[in-house]
Design a protein around this ligand. Structure first.
Ligand code: F6P
Length: 534
């Protein structure tokens, strides 16, 4: 498991000043250029982290020792690298031309091309008919977050259809939505890889009942399914020509490029969806071909690993300076935490070091007025990924300048900090009495040397969004390979699902609850007292 390389990294992390950044700038006037990389116009700047040349070398040595390149080749070859589910991992095939990726004897990309052609034809028919103004996507996790994030980013005032989302088993959401939607003008997509997810099927039944109540049996003609489980979709009543399939080699959190992305195509237009795939494909090509020292997904993974395993920083903020990317942090939460929240290696042994950290985030400008205080002055540094978009998609340049100034300033403030001399000088210039200066001084200090990563997109287009999302997908792959964990299963979600299944009858009046811990039993009893249910 590359113990020598891990040890070398630990030694660098223990060296005095290991987490400091300002001295690195002072020592190297070329630092910004040397720690910035590009791929097809997407710029990754790691200069404002504590990566030194020595640390980067040690990280790259670890990547070699862990054979990340070999593991990447195995993924691309269609090998069943998701060992606990005995599956290949081929989301790259979803955005590649026929002949690019195979699973065993099958040309995975050729099958994808067929589904894409069917999706395109269907999208064209729906738009040409003009009957449907709204598309409702019912799905959860990867069958919701990815498409919802993309639609939020790409939808424009003149896009062909409005999109709506039903995910949690929360009747409040449906109660509100059904009042806005006209059943005759709403196309309903049931997005579920398995077509068994309890929340999705519960919502799908509610919506199917609504369609049938308004339109009779004809209501079923407005159902569309996006799934790998074709038996279940037909049992549910979805017309066969409105089922768009994909395969088990597409993980849910990597599925927005598959049939699961139909909501993107319908609401934003086919060209937008095609360009999204093209952007992801461009990042795939970069990831597969670029040498380690210039490989953006690998570099992003290495800086994460340095923060987490070297410096012990286990939280990371994702701060897009663009409202259109408001759901990007939520999407990344699933992509990163469902993939990397693992404690055992692929061989089942304890992993022995910190793996996936906590990811959280908000559009950056809003975050400044809520949680950024903690990043600037809290006790533990929290690395931040700051996503900037150079050209706006609107005609209000002053507003965009203000937004960008804020994004740049946050990163600058995290790095620079503010020392006592600066605070004193500023307060003296403002005419504050010495006693007040001394009293407030500790509160107004900023430690600085706090890391941030900048990603700069020239504009937010379907293509650049595809690049951005694929960059993080591949980063997750690299981290899984470096730690030796399976980034593509998610057994940790199962226990809660099973226990919820057992609790369900107890909430609908089963007299004697089964065995629970005292707290759960008391809560259940109190809920049953407060809400006996209909
Ligand atoms: O519960 C977790 C999960 O399995 C995710 O991995 C997945 O994206 C989500 O549920 C939805 O699953 P499905 O698409 O099968 O409904």
């Amino acid at each position: 498991m590359a113990e020598q390389e891990w040890a070398a990294l630990q030694e660098l992390a223990r060296a005095p000043g290991a987490g400091e950044i300002r001295p690195l700038f002072a020592a190297d006037p070329e630092r910004a250029a040397r720690f910035t990389w590009q791929a097809d116009g997407l710029r990754l700047d790691l200069a404002k982290t504590s990566l030194s040349s020595a640390v980067l070398e040690a990280l790259l040595a670890l990547a070699r020792a862990r054979d990340v390149a070999g593991q990447r080749a195995a993924m691309a070859s269609g090998a069943r690298i998701n060992g606990t589910e005995n599956r290949a991992v081929l989301h790259m095939a979803l955005r590649a031309p026929p002949g690019s990726f195979r699973t065993g004897e099958e040309d995975a990309s050729a099958e994808v091309a067929e589904v894409l052609a069917a999706m395109q034809a269907f999208t064209g028919r729906v738009h040409a008919a003009g009957r449907f103004t709204d598309v409702l996507n019912i799905g959860i996790g990867g069958s919701d977050l990815g498409p919802q994030m993309a639609v939020r980013a790409l939808h424009r005032h003149d896009s062909p259809m409005r999109a709506h989302w039903l995910s949690a088993a929360d009747g409040h959401a449906w109660d509100a939505l059904r009042r806005q939607l006209d059943p005759a003008r709403t196309l309903v997509l049931v997005a579920s890889k398995t077509f068994t997810t309890a929340e999705t099927m519960s919502n799908a039944h509610l919506v199917r009942d609504w369609l049938r109540a308004a339109l009779g049996a004809a209501g079923d003609a407005q159902l569309v399914a996006l799934s790998t489980n074709l038996q279940a979709t037909s049992a549910f009543g979805v017309p066969a020509d409105q089922v768009f399939g994909f395969r088990d080699w597409v993980g849910g959190r990597f599925s927005l490029w598959s049939a699961v992305g139909l909501s993107i195509a319908l609401s934003c237009g086919w060209d937008a969806f095609a360009q999204l795939l093209a952007g992801a494909r461009a990042m795939d090509e970069h990831f597969l071909a670029a040498p380690d020292a210039e490989n953006l997904p690998l570099l992003l993974a290495l800086v994460d690993l340095w923060h987490l395993d070297g410096l012990g920083l286990s939280n990371r903020a994702v701060l897009p300076y663009d409202e259109r990317l408001a759901r990007f942090p939520a999407h990344l939460q699933q992509v990163e935490m469902e993939s990397l929240g693992k404690s055992v290696t692929t061989a089942g042994a304890p992993v022995g070091r910190a793996t996936g950290g906590v990811v959280f985030g908000e559009p950056g400008n809003n975050a400044q007025h809520s949680f950024m205080q903690l990043l600037h002055q809290g006790t533990t540094p929290v690395p931040a990924d700051i996503v900037l978009v150079a050209r706006p998609g609107h005609a209000f340049p002053d507003s965009h300048r203000l937004l960008l100034a804020n994004g740049l300033a946050q990163a600058e403030a995290l790095l620079r900090g503010r020392d006592a001399a600066e605070v004193r000088a500023e307060m003296q210039a403002a005419g504050k009495p010495e006693a007040e200066i001394e009293r407030l001084l500790p509160h107004r200090l900023f430690p600085g040397n706090r890391p941030s990563t900048a990603i700069l997109l020239p504009e937010l287009s379907p293509f650049t969004l595809g690049q951005l999302v694929a960059l993080y997908e591949h980063k997750v792959f690299c981290l899984g390979a470096l730690w030796g964990v399976n980034a593509f299963d998610q057994w940790g979600v199962e226990l809660g699902k099973q226990l919820a299944g057992a609790l369900l009858p107890e909430l609908s009046g089963q007299p004697e609850p089964a065995k629970h811990d005292g707290s759960t039993a008391a809560l259940l009893a109190e809920i049953r007292r407060l809400w006996p249910g209909p």
